[in-house]
Design a protein around this ligand. Structure first.
Ligand code: NAP
Length: 255
């Protein structure tokens, strides 16, 4: 395979909601979603790290910036455009022997400001952004000024397949763990690049019509089949959470 293995891990309510309401982020202090998350007997993320040893953990921009928020302005760039619209992998960051992995975010619209570059709870992990040829010039200049590495592929939206091929060929990534919300995982589903699905259902119902859901994506065309899964394991814990682990058996295909 010329791209890394892609493993998805999501926490959901029993009705498949991955957040409490639209336009929420992981950092806005609204902890109502957590109110029904039971303390698991197994730390699923740690377990997946042991099984797969991913060197990328990936999130979408929706985890950090609400969809309804207008991003703040960026200073004008004094870097030549031709030097911005290409992969940016500063040697001192990429070749750092203490680096354990990459915290990757898809941010093709360049909406995030003030990325943390390293993380106290993940020593040795460094931020890396996935962008496209549509990404605003000022945002790429900001990433370069801050020495935040990025990989570029796609026009209009980040081409996830192409950029994953680069993660493997340029950075040696063999496994990506996506802990994103519903839309990014939905885009991975439609791109046919998910190898393993993990969902932990917790005992709560959220409801809603615009609340983020699992695998939110375009509808199937009349000539497309659903993706088929093969059950690997089921773990029900005493608190009422259920972890389902599946391999992707057959990607969605035309009839
Ligand atoms: N329960 C959980 O396990 C869990 C995990 C993570 C987050 N969350 C919550 O879920 C919510 C966010 O979820 P969400 O579904 O709104 O957002 P999301 O999953 O972050 O989806 C938005 C991201 O997907 C990218 N994207 C969408 N369609 C694409 C396509 N066709 N090709 C390439 N990239 C594509 C967007 O790229 P651009 O930015 O380039 O447009 C953006 O980065 C937040 O409330 C967050 O707290 C829950």
């Amino acid at each position: 395979m010329d791209r890394p293995k892609v493993v998805v891990y999501t926490v959901a309510s029993v009705d498949g909601r991955v957040a409490i309401a639209p336009n929420k982020t992981m950092f806005d202090g609204d902890n109502r979603f957590d109110s029904f998350i039971t303390k698991p007997e197994i730390d699923v993320q740690e377990h997946l790290f042991t099984i797969h040893q991913p060197t990328v953990i990936m999130e979408g921009s929706g985890s950090f910036v609400p969809e309804n928020k207008e991003p703040g302005p960026l200073p004008r760039s004094d870097i030549e455009e031709s030097k911005l619209y290409r992969d940016f992998l500063p040697k001192d960051v990429v070749n750092n022997e203490d680096r354990a992995g990459w915290c990757v975010a898809v941010d093709g619209r360049g909406r995030m400001r003030n990325w943390a570059k390293t993380f106290d709870d993940l020593p040795g992990w460094h931020i890396l952004i996935l962008v496209g040829y549509h990404t605003p010039v000022g945002y790429l200049a900001y990433l370069q000024r801050e020495k935040i590495p990025y990989l570029i592929a796609g026009e209009g939206q980040v081409d996830l397949n192409a950029v994953f091929v680069k993660l493997k060929s340029k950075l040696g990534v063999e496994c990506i763990l996506s802990t994103a919300g519903g839309k990014l995982n939905g885009a991975l589903l439609r791109a046919g690049i998910i190898d393993e699905v993990n969902i932990v259902f917790h005992p709560g119902l959220v409801g809603g019509t615009n609340t983020p859901i699992l695998y939110q994506s375009s509808d199937l065309n009349d000539d497309e089949k659903p993706t088929r899964l093969e059950l690997v394991s089921v773990h029900a814990d005493g608190g009422g959470g259920v972890w389902l682990r599946y391999f992707v058996k057959q990607k969605h295909t035309n009839l």
